[in-house]
Design a protein around this ligand. Structure first.
Ligand SMILES: NC(=O)c1ccc[n+]([C@@H]2O[C@H](COP(=O)([O-])OP(=O)(O)OC[C@H]3O[C@@H](n4cnc5c(N)ncnc54)[C@H](OP(=O)(O)O)[C@@H]3O)[C@@H](O)[C@H]2O)c1
Length: 159
Protein backbone atom coordinates (compact mmCIF):
# COMPACT_ATOMS: atom_id res chain seq x y z
CA UNK A 1 0.00 0.00 0.00
CA UNK A 2 1.07 3.58 -0.62
CA UNK A 3 0.55 6.90 1.10
CA UNK A 4 0.73 10.49 0.02
CA UNK A 5 1.35 13.50 2.26
CA UNK A 6 2.59 17.07 2.21
CA UNK A 7 4.86 18.00 5.11
CA UNK A 8 6.44 21.22 6.31
CA UNK A 9 10.07 21.35 7.41
CA UNK A 10 9.12 20.14 10.93
CA UNK A 11 6.96 17.34 9.44
CA UNK A 12 3.84 19.25 10.49
CA UNK A 13 0.88 18.49 8.22
CA UNK A 14 -2.01 20.59 9.47
CA UNK A 15 -3.52 22.96 11.97
CA UNK A 16 -7.14 23.38 13.10
CA UNK A 17 -8.31 20.74 10.63
CA UNK A 18 -6.71 22.20 7.52
CA UNK A 19 -3.35 22.73 5.80
CA UNK A 20 -2.08 26.22 6.66
CA UNK A 21 0.05 26.33 3.51
CA UNK A 22 -1.06 24.42 0.41
CA UNK A 23 0.67 24.58 -2.97
CA UNK A 24 -1.18 24.11 -6.24
CA UNK A 25 1.75 22.05 -7.60
CA UNK A 26 1.24 19.64 -4.71
CA UNK A 27 -2.53 19.50 -5.27
CA UNK A 28 -1.90 18.71 -8.95
CA UNK A 29 0.58 15.96 -8.05
CA UNK A 30 -1.96 14.58 -5.53
CA UNK A 31 -4.72 14.53 -8.15
CA UNK A 32 -2.53 12.80 -10.75
CA UNK A 33 -1.07 10.26 -8.32
CA UNK A 34 -4.35 9.24 -6.69
CA UNK A 35 -6.45 9.19 -9.89
CA UNK A 36 -8.22 5.84 -10.24
CA UNK A 37 -7.04 4.62 -6.84
CA UNK A 38 -8.86 3.79 -3.64
CA UNK A 39 -8.14 6.62 -1.19
CA UNK A 40 -8.35 5.88 2.53
CA UNK A 41 -9.15 8.92 4.64
CA UNK A 42 -10.04 9.76 8.25
CA UNK A 43 -13.37 11.36 9.03
CA UNK A 44 -11.81 14.62 10.23
CA UNK A 45 -9.93 15.15 6.98
CA UNK A 46 -13.18 14.70 5.03
CA UNK A 47 -14.47 17.80 6.84
CA UNK A 48 -11.76 19.74 4.98
CA UNK A 49 -12.74 18.37 1.53
CA UNK A 50 -14.50 20.90 -0.70
CA UNK A 51 -18.19 20.56 0.22
CA UNK A 52 -17.18 17.49 2.28
CA UNK A 53 -17.71 15.60 -0.96
CA UNK A 54 -15.79 12.51 -2.14
CA UNK A 55 -12.85 13.06 -4.46
CA UNK A 56 -14.00 12.39 -8.04
CA UNK A 57 -12.57 9.49 -10.03
CA UNK A 58 -11.46 7.58 -6.95
CA UNK A 59 -12.95 4.99 -4.60
CA UNK A 60 -13.32 7.04 -1.40
CA UNK A 61 -12.99 5.00 1.78
CA UNK A 62 -13.80 6.80 5.03
CA UNK A 63 -12.60 5.67 8.44
CA UNK A 64 -14.88 6.42 11.38
CA UNK A 65 -15.81 4.67 14.60
CA UNK A 66 -19.21 6.31 14.57
CA UNK A 67 -20.77 4.08 11.90
CA UNK A 68 -23.56 5.48 9.79
CA UNK A 69 -23.35 6.57 6.19
CA UNK A 70 -21.29 9.29 4.55
CA UNK A 71 -22.69 9.96 1.06
CA UNK A 72 -20.23 8.98 -1.66
CA UNK A 73 -17.89 7.15 0.74
CA UNK A 74 -17.46 3.50 1.61
CA UNK A 75 -17.51 3.69 5.41
CA UNK A 76 -15.13 1.41 7.33
CA UNK A 77 -14.70 0.97 11.08
CA UNK A 78 -10.98 0.20 11.07
CA UNK A 79 -7.81 0.06 8.97
CA UNK A 80 -8.10 -3.67 8.19
CA UNK A 81 -11.63 -3.24 6.88
CA UNK A 82 -10.43 -0.29 4.78
CA UNK A 83 -7.64 -2.40 3.28
CA UNK A 84 -10.20 -5.06 2.31
CA UNK A 85 -12.54 -2.47 0.77
CA UNK A 86 -9.64 -0.97 -1.20
CA UNK A 87 -9.11 -4.26 -3.02
CA UNK A 88 -11.91 -3.21 -5.36
CA UNK A 89 -9.39 -0.76 -6.89
CA UNK A 90 -6.08 -1.58 -8.57
CA UNK A 91 -4.22 0.72 -6.17
CA UNK A 92 -4.75 1.81 -2.56
CA UNK A 93 -3.46 5.08 -1.14
CA UNK A 94 -3.63 6.41 2.41
CA UNK A 95 -4.32 10.14 2.23
CA UNK A 96 -4.52 11.14 5.90
CA UNK A 97 -4.96 12.72 8.24
CA UNK A 98 -2.52 12.44 11.12
CA UNK A 99 -4.13 9.60 13.03
CA UNK A 100 -4.73 7.53 9.90
CA UNK A 101 -1.15 8.02 8.67
CA UNK A 102 0.21 6.93 12.06
CA UNK A 103 -1.94 3.80 12.18
CA UNK A 104 -1.44 2.79 8.56
CA UNK A 105 2.22 3.69 7.96
CA UNK A 106 3.29 0.17 9.03
CA UNK A 107 1.09 -1.26 6.23
CA UNK A 108 2.71 0.95 3.56
CA UNK A 109 5.86 0.38 1.55
CA UNK A 110 5.79 3.51 -0.59
CA UNK A 111 5.34 7.13 0.48
CA UNK A 112 4.98 10.20 -1.74
CA UNK A 113 6.09 13.10 0.42
CA UNK A 114 5.88 16.68 -0.78
CA UNK A 115 8.30 18.67 1.33
CA UNK A 116 6.96 22.22 1.51
CA UNK A 117 9.91 24.25 2.73
CA UNK A 118 8.34 26.49 5.36
CA UNK A 119 7.27 26.01 8.95
CA UNK A 120 3.79 27.34 9.71
CA UNK A 121 2.44 26.33 13.11
CA UNK A 122 1.01 22.78 13.02
CA UNK A 123 -0.96 20.73 15.55
CA UNK A 124 -0.79 17.51 13.53
CA UNK A 125 2.43 15.79 12.46
CA UNK A 126 3.65 12.99 10.23
CA UNK A 127 6.45 10.69 11.45
CA UNK A 128 9.83 11.94 10.25
CA UNK A 129 10.86 9.40 7.60
CA UNK A 130 14.37 10.87 7.38
CA UNK A 131 15.10 9.57 10.89
CA UNK A 132 13.10 6.34 10.55
CA UNK A 133 15.50 3.43 9.99
CA UNK A 134 12.78 1.50 8.12
CA UNK A 135 12.51 4.11 5.35
CA UNK A 136 14.83 5.63 2.78
CA UNK A 137 14.58 8.46 0.30
CA UNK A 138 14.49 6.73 -3.08
CA UNK A 139 14.10 9.63 -5.51
CA UNK A 140 13.24 13.30 -5.76
CA UNK A 141 10.52 13.35 -8.40
CA UNK A 142 10.03 17.08 -8.79
CA UNK A 143 11.37 20.31 -7.32
CA UNK A 144 10.14 23.83 -7.70
CA UNK A 145 9.08 27.10 -6.17
CA UNK A 146 5.61 28.55 -5.74
CA UNK A 147 4.84 31.95 -4.24
CA UNK A 148 8.43 32.07 -2.98
CA UNK A 149 8.14 28.70 -1.24
CA UNK A 150 10.48 25.92 -2.35
CA UNK A 151 9.19 22.38 -2.53
CA UNK A 152 10.47 18.88 -3.33
CA UNK A 153 8.23 15.96 -4.19
CA UNK A 154 10.02 12.92 -2.80
CA UNK A 155 9.52 9.18 -3.14
CA UNK A 156 10.33 7.16 -0.02
CA UNK A 157 10.53 3.38 0.02
CA UNK A 158 10.46 0.97 2.91
CA UNK A 159 13.92 -0.66 3.19
N1 LIG B 1 -0.56 17.64 4.74
C1 LIG B 1 -1.28 16.62 4.28
O1 LIG B 1 -0.91 15.98 3.29
C2 LIG B 1 -2.55 16.25 4.96
C3 LIG B 1 -3.37 15.24 4.45
C4 LIG B 1 -4.54 14.92 5.12
C5 LIG B 1 -4.87 15.59 6.28
N2 LIG B 1 -4.06 16.56 6.75
C6 LIG B 1 -4.36 17.27 8.00
O2 LIG B 1 -4.49 16.33 9.06
C7 LIG B 1 -5.37 16.91 10.04
C8 LIG B 1 -6.44 15.90 10.38
O3 LIG B 1 -5.83 14.77 10.99
P1 LIG B 1 -6.46 14.12 12.32
O4 LIG B 1 -5.46 13.16 12.86
O5 LIG B 1 -6.95 15.20 13.20
O6 LIG B 1 -7.79 13.40 11.79
P2 LIG B 1 -7.99 12.24 10.69
O7 LIG B 1 -6.88 11.24 10.83
O8 LIG B 1 -8.25 12.83 9.37
O9 LIG B 1 -9.37 11.63 11.17
C9 LIG B 1 -9.51 11.16 12.48
C10 LIG B 1 -10.79 10.38 12.56
O10 LIG B 1 -10.68 9.18 11.83
C11 LIG B 1 -11.42 8.16 12.47
N3 LIG B 1 -10.51 7.09 12.89
C12 LIG B 1 -9.23 7.21 13.31
N4 LIG B 1 -8.72 5.99 13.60
C13 LIG B 1 -9.70 5.10 13.35
C14 LIG B 1 -9.79 3.69 13.46
N5 LIG B 1 -8.76 2.94 13.89
N6 LIG B 1 -10.95 3.09 13.14
C15 LIG B 1 -12.01 3.83 12.69
N7 LIG B 1 -11.98 5.17 12.55
C16 LIG B 1 -10.84 5.80 12.88
C17 LIG B 1 -12.09 8.81 13.67
O11 LIG B 1 -13.34 9.29 13.20
P3 LIG B 1 -14.63 9.42 14.17
O12 LIG B 1 -14.30 10.54 15.10
O13 LIG B 1 -15.74 9.74 13.21
O14 LIG B 1 -14.79 8.09 14.83
C18 LIG B 1 -11.15 9.96 13.97
O15 LIG B 1 -11.77 11.00 14.69
C19 LIG B 1 -5.94 18.17 9.42
O16 LIG B 1 -5.23 19.30 9.90
C20 LIG B 1 -5.68 17.99 7.94
O17 LIG B 1 -5.55 19.22 7.25
C21 LIG B 1 -2.91 16.90 6.12
Amino acid sequence: MELIVAVYDDWGIGKDGTQPVALSADRKFFRETTRGAAVIVGRRTIEDFPGQKPLPGRLNIALTRKGGEIPGFTVCSGPEEAVQAAKASPRAMVIGGGSIYRQMLPMCDTAYVTKVHCTPESDTFFPNLDTDPDWQLSQTLQSGEENGILYDICLYKRK
